[in-house]
Ligand binder design. Structure first.
Ligand code: PEP
Length: 250
């Protein structure tokens, strides 16, 4: 049985004041969350504050990206050991905004996945097709290629130590959500590809849906057989909305 994971991705948002209010609100509502693990992936600069606010709670935390290097002359980057130093559990790798604005290709994403695993972090591998790719009818080809890049680099057992997030790029931050059927179809494709390498890993690995998930569409999405949680952008910035999604997993 796969435990649902509801993970926030704050992207480049938040001040010390708003982060404190948001996490105090989330913590206050956690008593009603029966099933899901709740996590937040946050801007690096907020991680010390987030650790301080969450250290005695059930909410876990992580980074939004990491460097492939461990230390050295890489101005502006954050390493896996730095994330570890602040007790991060998760780190996003290959978010579509990193792929699009920072030219991260499948090989770089696979390397980041490996670096995260080697450091004891759980990478959340983000994959998904653009609108153009969906319209061309190559969604399956794209997500399979993105998964295979990681399997080729680290092997299927190591893939199984991470989490996958299926995020159709056209649904991220747009208010357009994949229908539960469309999302389920993509999730099943991903699980089938993992099963081709190892059925046990496929059975165990959590595959989250991301793309304008909110309080009103979460229950239907989370009810799908192969959807094991959500990666939540915009709706993770309001405690009430984020908690409603976590409660939908009950
Ligand atoms: C995301 O950034 O991973 C995401 C799913 O964003 P949103 O929920 O805002 O579409």
């Amino acid at each position: 049985m796969r435990q649902p994971l509801i993970a926030g991705n704050w992207k480049m948002n938040g001040s010390q004041e708003s982060v404190t209010a948001l996490l105090n609100g989330v913590k206050a509502g956690m008593g009603d969350v029966a099933k899901a693990e709740v996590a937040v992936c946050v801007p690096a600069i907020h991680i010390p504050l987030v650790q301080d606010l969450l250290k005695d709670s059930a909410v876990t935390w992580g980074g939004e990206d990491l460097s492939v290097h461990d230390s050295g002359a890489y101005t502006g980057e954050i390493s896996a050991s730095m994330l570890n130093d602040f007790a991060c559990k998760y780190v996003l790798v290959g978010h579509s905004e990193r792929r699009a604005y920072h030219n991260e290709d499948d090989e770089v994403v696979a390397e980041k996945f490996e670096v995260a695993i080697n450091a004891g972090l759980i990478p959340v591998l983000c994959i998904g097709e653009t609108l153009e790719e969906r319209e061309q009818g190559i969604t399956e080809e794209v997500v399979v290629r993105q998964i295979e890049a990681v399997i080729t680099r680290v092997g299927i057992d190591t893939l199984g130590k991470g989490v996958i997030a299926y995020e159709p790029v056209w649904a991220i931050g747009t208010g357009k959500t994949a229908t539960p059927e469309m999302a389920q179809e993509a999730h099943a494709t991903i699980r089938t590809r993992v099963a081709k390498s190892d059925a046990t890993v496929a059975d165990k690995i959590q595959i989250l849906y991301g793309g304008s998930m909110n309080a009103s569409n979460a229950a239907e999405l989370l009810a799908q057989a192969d959807i094991d949680g959500g990666l939540i952008g915009g709706a993770s910035l309001k405690a009430e909305d984020f908690l409603a999604i976590a409660l939908a997993a009950n």
